[in-house]
Design a protein around this ligand. Structure first.
Ligand SMILES: Cc1cc2nc3c(=O)[nH]c(=O)nc-3n(C[C@H](O)[C@H](O)[C@H](O)COP(=O)(O)OP(=O)(O)OC[C@H]3O[C@@H](n4cnc5c(N)ncnc54)[C@H](O)[C@@H]3O)c2cc1C
Length: 490
């Protein structure tokens, strides 16, 4: 588990003076108590203490901070709200954290062109709120959307329950402003979404903060659907709920969302402030949301009722009104928070498997959790085949911590063996860098490294992430033997 302290030899006072000169003293944190707040993201067992945290309030200040870091030979890491679940925003090698919460302005909403221009620190849900008077919304809706930022969404290519119909963040980003590691500013993409040449916006989305600091984002807005129906299909177990997902997809329907919540998750939700009256006797519930023209939805509801019943649903409820629908979603999106009641730590896994494999993979995940004696629950974007086995644990218990990690690795390998991939939306960060070779060969990783080098040849931006740290890969990565390690490591 990474827990890297400062690896440059600059006196803290010189670094903080250089950074304070750019952002002002109040926006430059160097006290240990302040830095501890930033030692991890949502993956709490991966930690690293930054040398300093700066809170710039303009792109020009970001440029100044990056130049100051470069002059001092200190790496830096962009950070949004710190809700990431793969260690992406953790400062390794004594990096300076560039915290984007003050870059939080919605610069423009153009309802005619269905486009918005935002700074990276805008909170995801705030954009949809601002767009709603125009009948528009920002489609990527991570369950963390009340706190995560659009800059973080871009870096992780985040998804959410409605990814099934609307796509992930990459489908909604038209243009980006990016401060590169040498302090120069690149403007990528275009407002129209059309661009000649290489798709560099596509390369930056999902690059996990390793190619520069995003300082402005132009996004697509989509129309709020005319009508929505939300169904709750109740199943005796999670495996039969998975079978229903296969039937719905095979029918040709494209629901806006297909989410599964298992029994343990329901228990945690119903005992928490997110309680929504979910059936406590259910083995699992499948939330099916349909949206579109009013006339079409009645028939689609009937189809879903029939398909879920055929897969073993014991009953199907339909949200009576918008308030009930909102309650269901609050419960679904509050599920991770509700699990805070079960144990001090929560490890949210993330992998994707082909949807027809969901029943067997879920059965295997539950078997692994039981075999290791862990409190494992499942709440996930089933329509995408994106599983999220969640393990509630206490990292102060070394034996339990070891079992959590072993079980996590077995789960990941089971997903890959089923034809899956190692992350659907949470990214690689520090969490999965040593599992990259499960799905990528040496040539694939080399191509990714070269792409990263084109943006940040010295790996000063968010070092120590994404790429494997194993011996083979270190040897095949010249940067891992060069400036990246020599300049920044003790
Ligand atoms: C309760 C909960 C539910 C979640 N549900 C979902 C979900 O449904 N779907 C999903 O996809 N994720 C989900 N997540 C994970 C997380 O919320 C997303 O990855 C989110 O996009 C992270 O945003 P953030 O602002 O917190 O970024 P951070 O955690 O601060 O950073 C994440 C990464 O983005 C980089 N970054 C941040 N800002 C910038 C910038 N301006 N320029 C360049 N790089 C930057 C960081 O370096 C880091 O690598 C969930 C997390 C929690 C805690």
């Amino acid at each position: 588990m990474p827990s890297a302290g400062p690896r440059h030899s600059l006196p803290p006072s010189a670094l903080s003076a250089a950074l304070s000169a750019v952002v002002g003293e109040a926006a430059c944190l160097v006290g240990r108590e302040s830095l501890l707040v930033y030692e991890c993201d949502g993956l709490t067992h991966h930690t690293g203490l930054p040398s300093a945290v700066v809170l710039p309030s303009s792109a020009a200040e970001v440029v100044g901070v990056v130049r100051a870091c470069r002059a001092a030979g200190v790496p830096f890491v962009p950070r949004g709200a710190g809700t990431g679940l793969s260690g992406g925003a953790v400062a390794l090698q004594g990096a300076v954290v560039i915290e984007c919460s003050r870059l939080n302005r919605i610069l423009e909403i153009d309802p005619d062109d269905r486009v918005a221009v935002v700074q990276p620190g805008v909170v995801n849900a705030d954009l949809s709120k601002a767009a709603s008077p125009h009948g528009l919304f920002f489609a990527p809706d991570p369950s963390s959307q009340l706190s995560c930022t659009i800059g973080g969404n871009v870096a992780e290519n985040s998804g959410g329950p409605h990814t099934l119909k609307y796509g992930t963040t990459t489908n909604h980003v038209l243009g980006l402003e990016l401060v590169l590691a040498d302090g120069s500013v690149a403007r990528l993409g275009s407002r129209s979404g059309f661009e000649a040449g290489y798709d560099l916006v596509g390369a930056v989305v999902g690059s996990e903060g390793t190619v520069g600091v995003v300082t402005e984002i132009t996004v697509r807005l989509v129309p709020v659907p005319e009508s929505v129906e939300t169904l709750l299909a109740i199943f005796p177990d999670v495996v039969s709920a998975c079978r229903a997902v296969g039937r719905v997809i095979a029918s040709g329907l494209v629901p806006a969302a297909l989410e599964i919540v298992d029994r343990r998750t329901i228990e945690a939700i119903e005992a928490s402030v997110y309680a929504a009256g979910l059936p406590r006797d259910a083995g699992a519930v499948l939330i099916v949301e349909l949206d579109g023209p009013r006339e079409a939805l009645g028939a689609e509801v009937d189809v879903v009722r029939a398909l879920t019943a055929a897969a073993g649903a014991t009953r199907v409820e339909v949200a009576r009104d918008a308030a009930e629908r909102a309650r269901f979603w609050r419960a679904r999106k509050g599920a991770f928070g509700a699990m805070g009641r079960l144990a001090p730590d929560l490890y949210v896994h993330d992998a994707v498997v082909p949807r027809p494999k969901l029943p067997e993979v879920l059965a295997r995940i539950c078997e692994i959790g039981d075999r290791y004696g862990l409190r494992l629950s499942n709440v996930f974007h089933a329509g995408d085949g994106n599983v999220h086995p969640n393990i509630s644990f206490d990292r102060r218990d070394p034996d339990e911590m070891a079992r959590v990690l072993q079980a996590g690795e077995e789960i990941l390998r089971a997903c890959v063996a089923a034809g899956g991939v190692i992350s659907g939306e949470h990214g690689i960060g520090t969490e999965k860098q040593d599992f990259m070779s499960l799905v990528f060969g040496a040539a694939d990783l080399d191509a990714m490294r070269r792409l990263r080098d084109a943006f940040d040849p010295e790996h000063a931006c968010n070092p120590g992430k994404v790429f494997p740290t194993t011996r083979f890969c270190v040897e095949s990565d010249p940067k891992a033997r060069g400036y990246d390690r020599v300049a920044f490591e003790a």
